[in-house]
Design a protein around this ligand. Sequence first.
Ligand code: CIR
Length: 255
Amino acid sequence: YAFDNAIVRLPPASVTEGLRAEDRGAPTHAGVSTEHRLYIEALQAAGVAVEVLPALEDFPDSLFVEDPALVFPEGAILLRVGAKSRFGETAEIAPVLRTRFEKVLALQGPGFVDGGDVLVTPQAVMIGLSDRTTREGAEELIGLLAELGRKGVVVTTPPGVLHFKSDCSLLDDTTMLSTARLAASGVFEGMRVLLTPEGEEAGANALRINDRVFVGIDYPRTAALLEAEGYSVVRLPTSQIAKIDAGLSCMSLRW
Ligand code: CIR
């Protein structure tokens, strides 16, 4: 969670057509743009240098740059995103990553992995199987991670949850924030786990950046819990991106 650099991509006007499991109304372009701008400012205030890429109208979900690639100080891995409408986002981010990283590996397929299913902890890189991430994809990714000197492990995402990281985030070297439904699977055994309060499951997609933790403003009990545990919390609006099933980790690639 110590990061010097991040890449983000501006929301296109087509973001109103972003994928969603359940239609709770479309977000507005202006609303998403405001949330995105505040997110960039929060990253900068945390000491991160942010590269802002131009919007891609053909890809409504392309502001969620976390999904088509993984980045580490040692190199980047291009992924094959599990949703058809998002598949082309990898080719758009690839040239950018080639200018930033010497080593850029790529998942060849036929499997799929969304970056939202990949959680980096000091012990391992967890890859959550989901409707987007297949076992074949996860197994190929384990081989690529090994080339970067990282250990990958396959875990599962609770049913009905979009991404593994929709339900958890790393708070420090030994502590996870998790929903009760994900923690119940035992994936975080051996770690200290803080549970999101009932009704604030979506608050589990928080984001530790350097000395602070970003938390959605709509999850006040989660924010209070983290503050009581001594974390310095930054509250950010996420109600617009939540309409298209996104949270705070999705909007950047960080290293
Ligand atoms: C999608 O369904 O792909 C987008 N509407 C939301 C992606 C959120 N990304 C993430 O959790 N990493």
